[in-house]
Design a protein around this ligand. Structure first.
Ligand SMILES: [Ca+2]
Length: 517
């Protein structure tokens, strides 16, 4: 739940790019990367705008990727998700350890999202930003899915859409053809190439690129059907050949790839491939924890000793359609569950947003939910720092444990995100996602394990990604009490107001919310 998350600029871009996608068959990812590029450019002259709540200058986008330790995805089928009401029994008693059990000989390749210099004969690459004199030597692992290999002349990128002031050309380096991506001035520059086939792979596979660039380079991938957030990488500001690795979590197919950089930059790519990798499944053992706060929703109405309604329209800057009311019709409690109901009345959407009256720090915070997957709806289970009244958002910090916005991110996708001063708006830090087929008809749990050092997402009891504290207030406001929010938004920046026009009602059902410590 991004409180005020997308600027006009980004919304405008999205609209433009939706139109463009009819021509180029790409959608959201290009918007994000273009927006990231635009925002990056803005930072050069407009860094101060970070201090306004509705700014979307996403300088956090870059720091986040290096701190997320991708350990696994969950390629298991969703039908095995836990229907038992007590999630304490996880079956497996894996501790939440960080050890990554990886049987692959490509250990460093598989387990780290990283950037490292490749061999290069440039003795002073920073003096040679324009053209690489030599190529890096890359040996592609057996079984890799090859998208582009200049050594073998394999190129499965075609119909590259060039967005903004930019050019793509093939150039010869060391007798091989590599791709040269050149960006001019102005905002909103990106390259989005359709692949000649859809690549399918396990969710935790690694995408690999060798790129000659400096530290402004960004890339993104576009899954088969769903849009996704760009994967941005950063490294030292030195021109050289680098290997760039990203673990792809929550995704298992790809049919386009996008690149961008800052104004007047150039980069070269000579290898792109995917190393299939099965996820490492880790679960949490809740026997070591006690419930310190909970609502099982066993009553006949919302327990207002535990929750307070937050009423109001427009979703606090997200352009949402609903008016959050407190008359009980939008918070039905019976048969052991809370049903947050959104419905239209006199042409106005009514829904509910409730905040826990208890504020706590650290622990394992979990809800068991049946989550509407209707386009136009945007349900969320999330947390805000208790000092929001003093420092405002995003300085208070925001922990999104579950959001689902099918119009924007595709059917069945739940995802967790962190927002703070250093990573807010469109630059929120992803802590993982999962696409679930029976999201609205079966029970699923989403949770975070929140400690002094890091926040880790769990979906159906399976560990996703972590974000580690860097000790700064800007990036880690997560060392104070937080409270819980549940709400069902309609329309808005992520819910999609157009799709909401054909929606008549939606329901977000919660079996329980439990806070373990
Ligand atoms: Ca219950």
């Amino acid at each position: 739940m991004k409180l005020k998350n997308i600027t006009l600029k980004k919304t405008k871009l999205l609209i433009i790019l939706i139109a463009a996608s009819l021509m180029f068959s790409f959608t959201y990812v290009s918007c994000d990367i273009a927006s990231a590029s635009a925002d990056e450019a803005n930072l050069e002259s407009d860094d101060i705008s970070n201090d306004t709540d509705n700014g979307d200058s996403n300088n956090g986008n870059d720091s986040g990727t290096d701190n997320v330790s991708n350990t696994n995805g969950d390629s298991e089928t969703d039908s095995e998700s836990n229907d038992d009401s007590d999630s304490e029994t996880d079956g497996e008693s894996n501790d939440d350890s960080d050890s990554e059990t990886d049987g692959s000989s490509e250990e460093s390749l598989i387990t780290d999202d990283s950037v490292s210099p490749l061999a290069s004969s440039n003795t002073n690459p920073s003096s040679n930003p324009a053209f690489p004199e030599t190529r890096a030597t890359v040996s592609i692992p057996e079984g890799a899915l090859v998208i582009f290999d200049s050594d073998k002349g394999i190129d499965k990128i075609n119909n590259t859409a060039i967005w903004g002031n930019a050019t793509l050309s093939n150039v010869t380096v060391d007798g091989k053809t590599v791709k040269k991506y050149e960006l001019g001035s102005g905002n909103d520059k990106a390259f989005v190439g359709n692949l000649t086939e859809t690549f399918n792979f396990p969710e935790a596979s690694i995408i690999y690129l060798s790129v000659y660039a400096n530290n402004n380079f960004k890339f993104a991938y576009h899954p088969g059907e769903n849009g996704d957030i760009p994967q941005t990488v950063k490294w030292e500001d030195s021109w050289d050949w680098y290997s760039v690795l990203k673990t792809m979590t929550g995704e298992s197919s790809m049919n386009s790839i996008a690149f961008s950089s800052d104004s007047n930059q150039v980069f070269y790519i000579d290898h792109i491939y995917i190393v299939p990798h099965e996820p490492v499944i880790e679960t949490i053992n809740l026997n070591d924890y006690e419930i310190v706060w909970q609502d099982e929703f066993d009553g006949t109405s919302l327990d207002t000793s535990k929750w307070k309604y937050e009423t109001g329209a427009s979703g606090w800057g997200n352009n949402e359609l609903q008016n959050y009311i407190d008359d009980g019709r939008t918070t039905v409690v019976n048969n052991g569950t809370l049903k947050i109901k959104a419905f239209k009345e006199n042409d106005e959407w009514k829904s509910a947003r409730i905040n826990s009256k208890t504020n706590l720090k650290y622990g394992y915070i979990e809800a068991r939910m049946k989550i509407t997957d209707k386009k136009g709806a945007w349900p969320a289970f999330w947390m805000l720092g208790e000092n929001i009244g003093n420092v405002s958002w995003p300085d208070c910090g925001e922990i999104d444990i579950m959001e689902n916005a099918p119009s924007t991110f595709g059917d069945g996708k739940v995802f967790g995100t962190l927002h703070a001063r250093g990573h807010h708006g469109g630059a929120g830090i992803s802590i993982g996602s999962k696409t679930i087929e029976n999201l609205s008809s079966e029970w699923h749990t989403c949770a975070v394990l929140w400690t002094e050092e890091k926040i880790t997402l769990y979906i159906d009891g399976v560990k996703k990604n972590s974000y580690n504290s860097d000790g700064t207030t800007e990036n880690w406001p997560y060392n104070q009490n937080f409270y819980i929010l549940l709400n069902l938004a309609i329309g808005g920046d992520l819910g999609n107001t157009n799709d909401a026009a054909s929606l008549t009602d939606a329901q977000f059902e919660i079996d329980y919310v439990r806070w373990y410590q």
